[in-house]
Design a protein around this ligand. Structure first.
Ligand SMILES: Cc1cc2nc3c(=O)[nH]c(=O)nc-3n(C[C@H](O)[C@H](O)[C@H](O)COP(=O)(O)O)c2cc1C
Length: 232
């Protein structure tokens, strides 16, 4: 275990303690953390999230409103990050102007499908995420620890920001939306055209909308447990 892993574990453990503290709700987490369901969620939910969920190929002619995006983020923000660092930032591309600025950054094969979606989320992370840590984690010195180690800060921002992007994808499915993740784009162009002044880094895109009528198409095979998992 590297020193950074060791410290991260400590922070995660500390953060869990903080999350259980009575004042956590006051800090805007909204829930006081009543016990999660003890058993599996039902089959319909598992189907909607995993087994029958697909990456959409077409979109219904149905908008995604601001309230839906807010509801989406209300779920995403509850997903765990190390030390509650929350480095992800999300830019929702909705307007025609923003779409026009996104277009040249997209890989040719993604232009039509991506821009046909009512919303395109740019999953970003803030390299200076640690400036918010004093409000997110009571552990003293955390902000300075990350501020003094650029490599660790970058690794932490990318790891947790990517996780939060995945939470967005699954939260979208949970709310009945379809989500199409895309890495076929030029991140530097996106940062120039849409993130100027924020300092945020673009990681990947998730086109969001309601799925169109799609004919059944075969699912690509998945690797099985024995190939991908070790029990040690
Ligand atoms: C990180 C990531 C990047 C992806 N990038 C693209 C992309 O640039 N263009 C595209 O058409 N599909 C892209 N996909 C979609 C995947 O090919 C698709 O989700 C995968 O084949 C699973 O399909 P299914 O959900 O229908 O089983 C991406 C998926 C992920 C998770």
């Amino acid at each position: 275990m590297t020193s950074s892993d060791g410290l991260s574990s400590d922070i995660a453990a500390d953060a869990a303690l903080v999350a259980d503290a009575p004042d956590a709700a006051v800090k805007g987490t909204m829930s006081t953390g009543s016990a999660p369901p003890s058993g599996p969620i039902d089959d319909a939910a598992l189907d909607a999230l995993f087994r029958r969920a697909r990456t959409p190929r077409s979109w219904a002619d149905r908008p995604v409103g601001a309230e839906t995006l807010a509801a989406l983020y209300d779920l995403v923000k509850m997903g765990p990050t190390s030390g509650n660092c929350m480095p992800a930032r999300f830019v929702f591309v909705v307007s025609e102007d923003a779409r026009a600025r996104l277009r040249p950054a997209l890989s040719a094969g993604n232009v039509v499908h991506c821009l046909a979606a009512p919303v395109v989320a740019i999953v970003c992370h803030d390299p200076l995420f640690f400036e918010h840590l004093p409000n997110l984690n009571d552990e003293p010195g955390l902000r300075d620890w990350f501020a003094g180690d650029v490599g660790l800060a970058e690794e932490t921002a990318f790891r947790n920001g990517t996780l939060q992007g995945a939470y967005l994808l699954m939260a979208a499915r949970a709310l009945g939306l379809a989500a199409a993740p895309m890495s076929g784009f030029d991140a530097y162009q996106v940062e120039d055209a849409l993130l100027a002044g924020t300092g945020w880094r673009a990681n990947f895109l998730i086109a969001l909308g309601y799925a169109g009528d799609e004919t059944e198409r075969p699912r690509a095979p998945r690797l099985d447990f024995d190939t991908t998992c070790l029990c040690l």
